[in-house]
Design a protein around this ligand. Sequence first.
Ligand code: SAM
Length: 77
Amino acid sequence: MGCGDEILTEKLLQLVPDRRVVEIDDSVGMLSEAKKSEKENLHFLVMDINDMDFSDEFDLIFSNAVLHWVKNIKNYL
Ligand SMILES: C[S@@+](CC[C@H](N)C(=O)[O-])C[C@H]1O[C@@H](n2cnc3c(N)ncnc32)[C@H](O)[C@@H]1O
């Protein structure tokens, strides 16, 4: 969640090369950066974390240096 420039996503992909990784960020600017490194198992969603509506979709959720920006953070704790 809030993948930013993908440096950490790249490390996650190295840990799980045979799994699907979905990056979420609400910055369109970040999307254009992410598109440069598009891979078969890497997907990017331009989405506000507050609008996420996933249910039992992921085995692991990772976020770094993001949640303090999210207004309704209590919904995720
Ligand atoms: C400080 S950067 C951290 C990027 C990356 N996680 C890292 O550790 O390098 C914060 C990122 O969170 C994204 N972000 C902030 N609020 C968000 C929200 N409500 N929904 C989705 N992304 C958000 C910003 O666009 C930005 O790319």
